[in-house]
Design a protein around this ligand. Structure first.
Ligand SMILES: Cc1ncc(COP(=O)(O)O)c(C=O)c1O
Length: 466
């Protein structure tokens, strides 16, 4: 049969897609690396396989993957897979193009430009420049690069001793900011972590003091990073308060809204992003709360030309950029040369659900997070460790224990047993010194039943730990 491999793979894909929310299946089957290597037949051989063997190999691979679309998958800040998202991803793969020039990717270019401009309008910007990146971590790095180049415009040509630079972030910010400082030559010591209040929001008075301290110690502050939707607690820094500081101190304001940006779609929750129009740059990850297939992240900025100045290598890349219309050659404002068309799946999903679909998704997730919070508060053995701000919920099993160390170790054990059993997946994290389970509602398959089953599972496992 013509295309026998593809026909077989499509059948398997249909089956796995149909089963993706099947509660009867485990989220994950626990195996040792050696066991899995054998099941997968992970080594490659001198001779190739025929279509049937390849189909069975792909089936085995998919069966051994964690079911990230399962109603019991609460682990990272993403989950699920919609039909529209998958369709968009299939079209991306099929076109197999790289979005650096208009010449080679015309339709993709228009779609990326449209997505950047539209998301920028939600941030309140009339004109927006932006680029899709390989993830929120890289969007954050690009933002710090723009900030660095604003204050040290010669850095691109002359290089820079970044040890004198200071960047200010929330003590609860994502580690990618440290990584970015490392890559940009600023170093981790140049990242000053600002204490947060009891709700997990950066304290702006402490920020002002730290900026003054950094200046008097000879550092040059360049940037404040607000996080809206912190990784563990889902807390939202006040953009307005931090924008006031940046205005007074002449600093770049980057907003890491990798998780929280979709609030801008919701009349009910957009207040959480109040002040976003005052930011200099914004990280927005549609692969998180919006459920667009991984990876899909965008760095947006209202400063026309800033990305081009930091990323354009038009003279050196004479073999790539041939047309004068720079606005349509998107490789001129990216840190990548070859780049996937991640805008397509976002566009297809948006065409499918409409803007109202995004707003409904945000509101449904928050409602479910409130339900989970209520279930925890109603249970005598469970404790909500901090106030819920968004779709992240931080809890722990407490039972009759009072020793903090004992409670921490108990919760570590509990989670380990949960994941090995394979019916639920959830993250372990720290809030201060307390170890918490951090379920996040970022998966369209999660419903009320998943929440009650999750609580039951915690209690079941806790009662089996001696
Ligand atoms: C607040 C925040 N920013 C950035 C990132 C990094 O995103 P990515 O995993 O897409 O690199 C994360 C990841 O969880 C995050 O929570």
């Amino acid at each position: 049969m013509e295309n026998a491999l593809l026909e077989g793979v499509f059948d398997i894909v249909r089956g796995h897609f149909r089963d993706r929310m099947n509660r009867e299946l485990p989220v994950r089957t626990w195996r040792t690396p050696a066991e899995l290597a054998e099941i997968l037949k992970v080594s490659v051989d001198e001779s190739g396989m025929d279509a049937d063997e390849l189909i069975s190999t792909i089936d085995t691979y998919l069966s051994e993957c964690v079911r990230t679309q399962h109603p019991h998958f609460f682990q990272p800040l993403w989950g699920g897979l919609s039909e529209a998202g998958l369709a968009g991803e299939i079209a991306t793969v099929l076109s197999n193009t790289s979005i650096y020039t208009w010449e080679i990717a015309p339709a993709a270019t228009l779609i990326e430009l449209e997505m950047v401009a539209t998301l920028g309008r939600f941030a309140g910007w009339e004109h927006t420049d932006g680029t899709f990146t390989s993830g929120g971590s890289n969007s954050n790095m690009l933002a710090l690069l723009l900030a660095r180049d604003r204050y040290f415009p010669n850095a691109m040509n002359e290089g820079i001793d970044g040890r004198k630079i200071a960047v200010f972030v929330s003590a609860e910010s994502h580690y990618s900011l440290l990584m970015s400082a490392h890559v940009l030559g600023i170093g981790n010591q140049g990242v000053i972590k600002i204490e947060t209040n009891e709700r997990g929001e950066m304290k702006s008075d402490v920020l002002r003091n730290e900026i003054a301290k950094a200046r008097s110690s000879g550092r040059t502050p360049i940037c404040v990073v607000a996080t809206t939707g912190t990784t563990v607690r889902g807390a939202f820094d006040s953009i307005d308060l931090l924008a006031d500081v940046c205005r007074d101190e002449d600093l770049w304001l980057h907003v890491d809204a990798a998780l929280g940006a979709p609030c801008l779609f919701s009349p009910k929750y957009k207040h959480l992003m109040a002040g976003i129009e005052r930011a200099d740059s914004l990280t927005w990850d549609p692969h998180k709360l919006m459920g667009v297939p991984l990876t899909c992240s965008i760095l947006l900025t209202p400063h026309a030309g800033a990305l081009g100045e930091s990323c354009s290598y038009i003279k050196s890349a004479h073999y790539l950029f041939h047309e004068p219309g720079e606005e349509y050659d998107l490789g001129r404002k990216s840190l990548q040369c070859g780049r996937r068309v991640d805008a397509l799946k976002l566009w297809i999903e948006w065409k499918s659900c409409g803007t109202s679909g995004w707003s409904e998704r945000v509101e449904r997730y928050v409602e479910l997070a409130i339900e989970l919070e209520n279930l925890i508060n109603d249970h005598p053995d469970l404790e909500l460790v901090c106030e819920r701000a968004f779709t992240n919920v931080c809890l722990r099993y407490r039972g009759a224990m009072s020793d903090e160390n004992e409670i921490n170790l108990f919760n570590e054990k509990l989670r380990q047993q949960m994941v090995r059993k394979g019916d639920f997946m959830v993250s372990l994290a720290k809030v201060g010194d307390r170890t918490v389970l951090r379920p996040v509602i970022c998966n369209p398959a999660i419903d009320l039943e998943s929440l009650t089953e999750f609580i039951d599972e915690i209690i079941r496992i806790a009662s089996s730990i001696d």
